[in-house]
Design a protein around this ligand. Structure first.
Ligand code: 13P
Length: 293
């Protein structure tokens, strides 16, 4: 059931759990995440970066694929199709293309420009029943070629952006995209508490969900992080499962045991199952299992 993310995140915030945002890259990824969300009776957010959307053929292709899979697989749990780290043009295009949720990432713009553009996009999104996430304070690491430090957001700036009517807010608290460096000092829970106070209880978004120790994830959820973004973790398990399959000679057409293991439906299956297992693990950690109603 495709919905926007507002209600599911308010509920998560009230009941102190988080909804997983899992990035998708193709049909296998989408199907694995949808089926696991249904199996766990968990709400879920499918995140699509601008780069991944381009790879899949564009926003319209993604919207059509997700809608059709949701319907054909008989998915009953709430599913939001969400643009991840969109610029102004991408956010507009996704609202038009039928995404149910968008993130406008104006964090690299001068703050006043971030405010102006967020304000405009809040109106456009809400006009179409689409939820909208904004960002204050760059999230660290590299994604789609954009690098930032593990910044900590200013509570006053967060307050100003929230007052524009955004539905949930990404606020940096030292989190980083991708694999955390060994000398990473951890999440700034003290900063999170201040941000949540300043923003009057709006659901907050934790980017860079891969590699954060479980106890820190739980503490962040307890203090208002209601949406947790996971991308790298699924990529890592997909890659490893595929490597293991190939290393075992299963894709080799000349091997004795070759049963057309190079057929993409067989080749991609271990990775597909690995994504399902990772999504299950995260949903259990985030506390969203059984929360679909
Ligand atoms: P990771 O790749 O670190 O899991 O981060 C994902 C993310 O924040 C997407 O916006």
């Amino acid at each position: 059931m495709l919905v926007n993310a507002t209600r599911m995140l308010k509920k998560a915030h009230d009941e102190h759990y988080a909804v997983g945002h899992f990035n998708i890259n193709n049909l296998e990824w989408t199907k694995a995440i949808l089926l696991e969300a249904e199996a766990q009776k968990s709400p879920v957010i499918l995140g699509v970066s601008m780069g991944a959307a381009k790879y899949m053929g564009g926003y319209k292709v993604v919207a059509a694929m997700v809608r059709a899979l949701d319907e054909s697989l008989g998915i009953t749990v709430p599913v939001a199709l969400h643009l991840d780290h969109g610029n102004y043009d991408a956010a507009k295009a996704c609202i038009e293309a039928g995404f149910t949720s968008v993130m406008f990432d104006g964090s690299s713009l001068p703050f006043e420009e971030n405010v102006e553009k967020t304000k405009e996009l809040v109106a456009l999104a809400h006009d179409k029943g689409c939820s909208i996430e904004a960002e204050v304070g760059a999230i660290g690491g590299t994604e789609d070629g954009i690098t930032a430090d593990g910044e900590v957001a200013d509570p006053e700036e967060c307050k100003k952006i929230v007052e524009l009517g955004v539905d949930f807010l990404a606020a940096g608290i030292g989190n980083i995209h991708g694999i955390y460096p060994v000398n990473w000092t951890g999440l700034h829970i003290d900063a999170l508490i201040k941000i949540q106070e300043a923003t009057g209880g709006i659901p907050l978004v934790l980017h860079g969900g891969t590699g954060i120790p479980d106890n820190q994830i739980k503490e962040a959820i307890a203090h208002g992080m209601s949406k947790i973004n996971v991308n790298t973790d699924c990529q890592l398990v997909f890659a490893q499962a595929t490597i293991d399959y190939c290393a075992a000679g299963k894709a080799d057409p000349t091997a004795d045991n070759a049963a057309k293991g190079y057929d993409p439906r067989k080749l991609l299956k271990p990775g597909f199952e690995a994504i399902r297992a990772k999504v299950k693990e995260k949903m259990e950690l985030f506390g969203s299992v059984g929360k679909a109603a």
